[in-house]
Design a protein. Structure first.
Lengths: 381, 391
């Protein structure tokens, strides 16, 4: 057995092109993901929101102007105002040069354009500003009416921007970025792509598919010993390549996947084992050549990864709403969930369920692969 | 012509796997175009938030705060308020925000100790929670103003409630300006956007095995000593590949017509989308021809198709909108044809805020054409090098 494992390792190592690409795959994609999310993940200083301000000829106009000037004069201004007439403001809004129009009055009104679908964030910020301004204006007017003697004290003591609401984290990891889940899915995809190694094991043990398979079939070594040895060799080899990718994501790109390191590595191992055994399963099906079956690995794993949220982040949530069983059965979703639960939960219950499901898959795949490839007889080859 | 015909003879051998790839990619494309856009845009809007409350104070003041928040947002009552359950509810977006009102909230309010008077936990991949915080702040600012003017607690709570009612009507007025290109059927933009990913991954994975067959060492050597000129061979393979890719593009156009009806597809906007995708298809065909020039194994090819497909999709605005990418990333993305393809789609649909202009449309098409010329030059170079090596 040890001899077969050693020879398999040698064979895998000599396949330099494949080794290179398996190694490069998570590194290149991880780097590209990191570049794409770099802007979304960090709290970037927001640029001032361009806004048109229309001051009506009344007492409220001065208050609005004073507030906006105060905001504009601050070191990190939230607004970039243009004082103009309604007609000019509408032209600016139509030309998409401003996000909204603020008009003074007893209540400050906000006008936005529904054509600016990419500016919803700034529109929402303006809406929040208007709401807060109107509430404070109303409160101050009320105090002026009922307790005019107190208004000077109130305004002196009142400071906006008090931090009333502290953020607390319910998860283990306080600083987890919401985009980490894309990297969890990337790890799931690279682990499942190890199935290509499993395809090779299956086809190289079937005499009707490869000359090597034919030679192996006439050798006296027990089929189970050959299969298990090659499975061990391929899994460990692919696992080592995946560890390099994992470490690159964790240490070079600083992706938040290092919580509970031993368990994360264990998840990586189990997912590689599931991947290789999935390949063994696909490789054992039908009489098609290895190239076709390798293609099938991608045809099977890509939809799995799509469903677990590799392309559209909240895919899992959509699935959970409509057909939650898919999340419990999809190997890609289970693998990414392992990393997610390790990063988030104190308890390991959900993690255990995920790992057990993956192990059950592995056992079924290996058993099926073994049953199909053993004791085959050929009339001619 | 002989090489051209041979290309399709080999293609026939790979037909079954191609049909499987295309069926899967078309299903993915339809699913992505249905789900994609709405989820990305809704993440940055202020909207009603589903929130849960842990009220450890249970006083008039805490109830008043809850009344105010319930009026604007959706309070969700849960079976279990343990940390893990809350995390689960939050993960699956049953709730997006958890407000924790500690014991002593009312007392702290009266004594003026308002710093960190309450706490919260929220989903950080959406802006909804931040706007919920704004609402909480607006309420507490207002309450603080009244308390500062020596109102009693009940008076201040009532006055705040009145203020909320008085200002409740100030919802923003939304104006829709008439635009030249507002006859776009919902989903059509997403379809063409996600089509770039499908074409990139699908064509590389489906066409490259055919090309690689031509470059297998034995066959390459036999071809090199045949009477057919090297140029004729390259033209035959190139034309075969282009025909094949255009056929794939036509299938996707037929699917689009079924989904979005022919009259929309043949409208001015629809035709602009179609031309843009056609030029982009030629770009990808050339990329496929270049990748196919290297004698790679199926596995390596599959990985490369994923790196190209997913990588460009994340960097060029397919999975993450262009306006959310950093300037540095955008500088890099400009060297990829997908960027200009997506930029054109965004401009036609008005999604990026860039005003539509026909001149700009043709500029972007022109840039894609420049990529075609550059890729064609690389293909010729790679082909010449390979032939030399074979001889």
């Amino acid at each position: 057995m040890a001899h077969i494992i050693l020879l398999s390792w040698k064979k895998l190592f000599r396949d330099k092109v494949n080794t290179f690409w398996i190694l490069c795959f998570p590194i290149v994609l991880g780097t590209l993901f990191n570049l794409a999310f770099s802007n979304l993940a960090k709290d970037e200083k927001m640029s001032p929101i361009p806004v048109a301000v229309i001051l009506e000829d009344d007492e409220y106009a001065d208050a609005l102007e004073a507030t906006i000037d105060e905001i504009t004069d601050s070191t990190d201004p939230m607004l970039d105002p243009t004082y103009c007439t309604m007609d000019e403001a509408m032209e600016l809004l139509e030309a998409k040069e401003i996000t909204g129009i603020l008009q003074s009055g007893e209540q400050v009104s906000l006008t936005i354009s529904s054509n600016m679908t990419n500016d919803t964030l700034n529109q929402s910020i303006l809406q929040a500003f208007t709401n807060e301004y109107n509430m404070q204006q109303d409160a101050i007017i009320n105090i002026l009416t009922t307790h005019p003697e107190k208004i000077a004290d109130v305004l002196d003591n009142f400071e906006t921007g008090t931090d009333y609401n502290k953020t607390v984290s319910l998860s283990r990891d306080d600083g987890a970025s919401p985009f980490t889940q894309y990297f969890f899915n990337l790890l799931a995809m690279t682990s499942l792509f190890t199935a290509v190694g499993g395809i090779k094991i299956a086809t190289e043990n079937q005499a009707n598919l490869t000359p090597l398979g034919a030679r192996k079939c006439v050798s006296p070594t027990h089929k189970l010993v050959t299969l298990v040895s090659e499975l061990i060799a391929t899994t460990t080899y692919e696992f080592l390549l995946n560890i390099i990718g994992f470490c690159y994501l964790a240490y070079v790109l600083k992706v938040d996947i290092l919580s509970r390191f031993p368990l994360s590595i264990f998840s990586l191992f189990i997912s590689c084992l599931t991947g290789v055994s999935l390949g063994l399963f696909i490789g054992s099906l039908g009489q098609k050549q290895a190239e076709f079956k390798q293609g099938m690995v991608f045809a099977v794993t890509m939809p799995m990864c799509f469903l677990s949220g590799l392309m559209i982040g909240n895919m899992r949530i959509v699935i959970e709403e409509h057909c939650p069983i898919i999340n419990k059965l999809n190997p890609a979703a289970l693998i990414s969930d392992c990393y997610y639960t390790l990063a988030t939960y104190e308890s390991l219950d959900r993690f255990k369920t995920d790992i057990i499901t993956l192990i059950v898959y592995t056992c079924i795949f290996i058993l099926f692969g073994f049953l199909v490839t053993r004791r085959q007889k050929y009339a001619s080859l | 012509m002989q090489v051209y015909k041979t290309f399709f003879k080999i293609a026939k051998k790979y037909l079954s796997s191609c049909i499987i790839y295309f069926s899967i990619f078309i299903v993915l494309l339809i699913a992505m175009s249905k789900l994609g856009t709405e989820t990305t845009n809704s993440r940055f809007e202020a909207d009603t938030v589903n929130f849960a409350v842990i009220d450890n104070d249970n006083t008039t003041a805490s109830e008043a705060l809850l009344d105010y928040l319930t009026g604007k947002h959706e309070l969700v009552t849960l079976d279990d308020y343990s940390n893990e359950s809350l995390q689960d509810y939050m993960y699956y977006e049953k709730i997006e925000y958890v407000l924790i009102i500690p014991d002593g909230y009312e007392a702290n309010l009266l004594s003026g100790k308002t710093e960190n008077i309450i706490s919260h936990s929220m989903r950080t991949d959406s802006a909804k929670g931040f706007f919920f915080n704004q609402d909480v702040n607006a309420y507490l600012d207002c309450l603080k103003l009244y308390l500062g003017a020596d109102y009693s607690l009940s008076e201040a709570l009532d006055a705040t409630k009145d203020t909320i009612e008085a200002t409740a009507d100030t919802k923003p007025e939304s104006i829709t300006f008439e635009e030249k290109n507002n006859n776009i059927v919902s989903g059509m933009t997403s379809y063409f956007q996600y089509m770039a990913y499908v074409m990139m991954s699908g064509l590389i994975i489906a066409v490259s095995p055919i090309l690689i067959t031509f470059h297998k060492r034995n066959l390459q050597e036999r071809l090199a000593c045949s009477s057919t000129a090297v140029r004729t061979q390259s033209i035959g393979i190139g034309l075969g590949c282009i025909t094949y890719c255009i056929a794939a593009w036509l299938i996707l156009m037929v699917v689009a017509m079924i989904l979005y009806r022919p009259e929309n597809m043949f409208s001015e906007t629809g035709l602009m989308f179609i031309l843009n995708s056609f030029v982009y298809t030629i770009c990808i065909t050339l990329i496929t021809l270049i990748i196919g020039s290297f004698n790679l194994e199926t596995n390596a090819l599959n990985l490369i198709s994923n790196v190209f497909g997913l990588g460009t999709s994340f960097l060029c605005g397919i999975f993450v909108p262009l306006w959310y990418l950093s300037d540095k990333v955008l500088i890099f993305s400009q060297f990829l044809p997908t960027y200009w393809y997506v930029k054109n789609i965004n401009m036609i649909s008005g999604a990026s805020g860039e005003a539509f202009s026909k001149a700009t449309y043709w500029n972007y098409i022109g840039i894609e054409a420049i990529f075609i010329a550059a890729l064609f030059a690389i293909f010729l170079l790679a082909n010449t090098q390979r032939k030399k090596k074979a001889i």
